[in-house]
Design a protein around this ligand. Structure first.
Ligand code: FAD
Length: 510
């Protein structure tokens, strides 16, 4: 019996799954997940991602069983596994391959090209269907908003009636993360994977937590509950973006609570930005490795200070808010937008670190690592896109604005708990007598800041502005705006149809 192979990647659900839907209309399906050792060996992969995937696969397996099916798990590189399945066929080979359109990292891009080649060589049509509002082979951004709205406004696809092909071979157990060579660290307080958990997080946000979204998302103290916390469930596909968009719109329309409505409106803009940023990597995969504006090449590359990077990534910069964020990240796998932006800004300006190693490290720390958002944001916060306003976050000012009593700092940095309030956010300024009295001596119990913040930041901005001022750098900007920049809302469209332009809005509001 011929069947249609549905390859699950970062789309670990049955609901609103376009590829599964399309395959099921053609005949019996076989649901496949491939544990690809090459993928998990990439520098942006982490054990927490793999564990989250394992938890999500357990949910997926339960859902498939409820529909009378099974998930086939096989280990190997994708083309090897396809070849094995091709030869393990019972009566007839699979007739076609279905999956979502993945905007992944350079490794998945190359793997997908190899799979496309394999499919052509074996005469197997491969249907890739979008799961986000991201357009493949987009010519320019002019009509992008309309395309996003069209996909997000189309009906959500219920899990279809499924007929399953018998498994052509036995499923393999999911290997432990150590067998894939992953670093053993797994944040003990991270979110757990799976669609059931994702739906519960969505429900609690739409019903109540969104009331605190406006005004609550900037401080690292309130953000963990005020933000939706849906990012990991979107990144690994436990929830579909469209179902979240539509559930949010429905809740907004039927709620009479003005605070909730305001929060949900602001949240909807982020769902749009989600795809806006992924589109950048889809349109230009090189931005994972190269400056979006090539005029910034050579700016930081040769100055990489390994000791600065080491101090940053182990939470020992000496700036309390920075080190508290790094500690929280290691413990939970999550940080809010403002604190992520601040970490990158500190890396890029006073520490003058190139974004690529910083981005690799943060990719492993963020449970919700989504390459398109991640690399676009890394570049944006490092000033190498050439099209965004430079935002430099001063970690002392951020602490004064968003953690004035130092509650967040004390929560994550036990070493500073006994420092008096007035010195907590700048402990290096403590007089020696206060250091002795509280038992926190700078250079011993707490590090001296790596650099003098104001002077180092000023020097960094100066170097960036010099580069930006060069005529060739200015001249190349228009082409980047044309390719990646958000467009003003087209005339005649409603606010809902076209949320505010994220590139501009980010520079103004965040
Ligand atoms: C340097 C840096 C790296 C980042 N890397 C990632 C990443 O790998 N994966 C990721 O999902 N987000 C990333 N973000 C964006 C943002 O910080 C997270 O989406 C957000 O903190 C996730 O928490 P949440 O789901 O509670 O957010 P909410 O505020 O509730 O937002 C809802 C959803 O909207 C999307 N979103 C929110 N803010 C942004 C934004 N600024 N740009 C694009 N999409 C957004 C996300 O999908 C998010 O889940 C990054 C931001 C920065 C500054």
């Amino acid at each position: 019996m011929s069947y249609h192979l549905v390859w699950f990647k970062r789309d670990l659900r049955l609901h609103d799954h376009a590829a599964l839907h399309a395959a099921s209309r053609r005949g019996p399906v076989l649901a496949l997940y491939i544990v690809e050792p090459g993928l998990w060996q990439q520098p942006d992969a982490a054990r927490q991602h793999y564990e989250f995937v394992r938890e999500s696969l357990a949910d997926l397996q339960r859902e498939l069983q409820a529909h009378g099916g099974q998930l086939l798990v096989l280990q190997g590189e994708a083309t090897e596994v396809l070849t094995r399945l091709w030869h393990e066929q019972l009566a007839a080979p699979f007739a076609s391959l279905y999956s979502h359109e993945e905007t992944g990292n350079g490794w998945t891009y190359a793997r997908d090209r190899a799979v496309a080649h394999w499919c052509r060589a074996h005469g197997v049509p491969w249907q890739e269907l979008p799961q986000f509002g991201v357009v493949r082979a987009l010519r320019n951004r002019d009509h992008w908003q309309g395309a996003w709205e069209e996909l997000m406004g189309a009906p959500v696809l219920d899990t279809p009636a499924l007929r399953f092909a018998p498994l052509p071979c036995a499923s393999e157990p999911l290997p432990p993360s150590s067998a894939l060579g992953l670093d053993p660290h797994d944040p003990p307080r991270r979110q757990r994977g799976g669609r059931a958990r994702g739906l519960a997080v969505l429900r609690s946000f739409l019903d109540e937590r969104a009331r605190h979204y406006r005004g609550g998302i900037s401080s690292p103290l309130s953000a963990p509950t005020a933000c939706s916390r849906l990012s990991a469930y979107l990144a690994w596909g436990c929830l579909s973006l469209r179902e979240v968009v539509q559930a949010t719109r429905e809740r907004t329309a039927f709620s009479e609570d003005p605070r909730l409505k305001a929060g949900l409106h602001a949240f909807q803009s982020r769902l749009y930005w989600h795809c806006h940023f992924i589109q950048k990597l889809e349109s230009e995969p090189a931005i994972e490795f190269e400056n979006m504006h090539r005029g910034y090449d050579g700016l930081r590359e040769d100055d990489f200070d390994a000791a600065h990077f080491e101090a940053l990534s182990t939470g020992r910069t000496g700036w309390p808010l920075v080190d508290a964020c790094v500690t929280m990240l290691r413990e939970t796998g999550w940080l809010n937008f403002r604190m992520r932006a601040m970490l990158v800004s500190v890396a890029a300006y006073p520490l003058w670190l190139h974004w690529r190693p910083v981005g690799e490290w943060l990719a492993t720390q963020f449970l919700d690592y989504e390459p398109g958002i991640h690399w676009s944001q890394l570049q944006m916060q490092s000033g190498t896109t050439g099209i965004n306003t430079t935002r430099v976050y001063n970690p002392v000012k951020q602490a004064l604005d968003h953690d004035p009593q130092g509650r967040f700092v004390r929560q994550w940095l036990p070493a500073l708990r006994r420092v008096p309030d007035s010195w907590l956010l700048e402990p290096w300024r403590m007089p020696a007598s206060v250091q002795d009295a509280c038992g926190v001596r700078i250079g011993q119990e707490w590090p001296q800041p790596l650099v003098e913040l104001e002077a180092a930041t000023r020097a960094a901005k100066q170097r960036l502005y010099e580069r930006r001022g060069q005529s060739s750098v200015r001249a190349a900007k228009a082409g980047i705006v044309q390719k990646h920049g958000s467009r003003r809302r087209p005339e005649g469209t409603t606010k809902r149809a076209a949320p505010a332009a994220p590139d501009r809005q980010l520079s103004l509001d965040w």
